[in-house]
Design a protein around this ligand. Structure first.
Ligand SMILES: Nc1ncnc2c1ncn2[C@@H]1O[C@H](COP(=O)(O)OP(=O)(O)O)[C@@H](O)[C@H]1O
Ligand SMILES: [Mg+2]
Length: 252
């Protein structure tokens, strides 16, 4: 597979993710819990779209359906022009590997690996190794402000630093799509702000499509668009005024 490292992002494309009629239920014993109730949502590249809603409203289920991790019961997800859920499973897996970066609440780092090694790992899966992988990992770690922590392991890093390693790991293959599920929920507000700023920057400077879900209202000011999910339905969809700090290129 050709690594995506040098490919330009198509930030001009109008819509990168188009979902329609998304239904998803979970059966527990005899009861069926209808979690997503006919979701329709178009998401644009170059923006941070924040899906916000209370716990249990279906946010994680929705992001998993949009990112190829969880098959919906009904509906269609078109991603970068591909009808995602009509692809064979192997193509869905390849699509995720090539195009998607993920950031989760719990960081999901390997305890034995240094920050640099964590970030080199996805490149290895894409066939990029040696100096090229090392240089790419170091560049993106520097970009997220961890130039001095490259040799440290998760135990030696703070929560905010760990999440920045996870963001660097998501960014290193220059994915066109970045999905973040509660990326700031285990962080204090200052580190939460840094993390959401980095995700915002990935949208604005790399033209990536960034979808973050959270129950944290404070993230709204750092987003381009806020979609409110309640009880498996979209209740509001609002565009935010541009954040001037980002337009000026202020570092987090
Ligand atoms: N794998 C699963 N099996 C059964 N129920 C689930 C599963 N995943 C999620 N649910 C249920 O779906 C609802 C929405 O969950 P989720 O999408 O995780 O919400 P949120 O991320 O907004 O907190 C909850 O009631 C949850 O218990
Ligand atoms: Mg969740």
């Amino acid at each position: 597979m050709t690594p995506a490292l040098a490919q330009p992002l198509e930030s001009e494309a109008e819509i990168s993710i188009a979902a329609e009629g998304i239904e998803r239920s979970f059966a527990t014993g005899k009861t069926v819990n209808r979690v997503l109730k006919g979701i329709a949502l178009d998401i644009r590249p170059g923006e941070l779209t924040l899906i916000i809603g209370p716990s249990g409203s279906g946010k994680s289920t929705l992001i998993a359906v949009l990112s190829g991790l969880l098959r919906p019961d009904a509906g269609r997800v078109s991603v970068l022009g591909a009808d995602l859920w009509s692809l064979p499973q192997s193509r869905i897996d390849a699509f995720r590997l090539e195009n998607c970066g993920f950031v989760f609440q719990g960081f999901n780092l390997f305890s034995a690996l240094t920050a640099r090694e964590q970030v080199m790992l996805p490149l290895k899966y894409m066939g990029v190794t040696g100096n090229r992988a090392r240089e790419a990992a170091e560049a993106v770690l520097t970009e997220v402000g961890l130039g001095a922590q490259m040799n440290l392991r998760p135990l030696e890093l703070s929560g905010g630093e760990k999440q920045r390693v996870a963001i660097a790991r998501a960014l290193v293959k220059r994915p066109r799509l970045i999905f973040a599920d509660e990326p700031t929920s285990s962080l204090d507000s200052e580190n939460g702000r840094i993390v959401i700023s980095l995700l915002h920057k990935a949208a604005q400077e790399r033209g990536a499509t960034v979808v973050a879900v959270s129950h944290d209202q404070r993230l709204m000011t750092h987003s381009d668009r806020v979609v409110t999910l309640e009880d498996g339905e979209i209740r509001r969809d609002e565009r935010q005024a541009p954040s001037r700090d980002f337009r000026r290129g202020v570092e987090p």
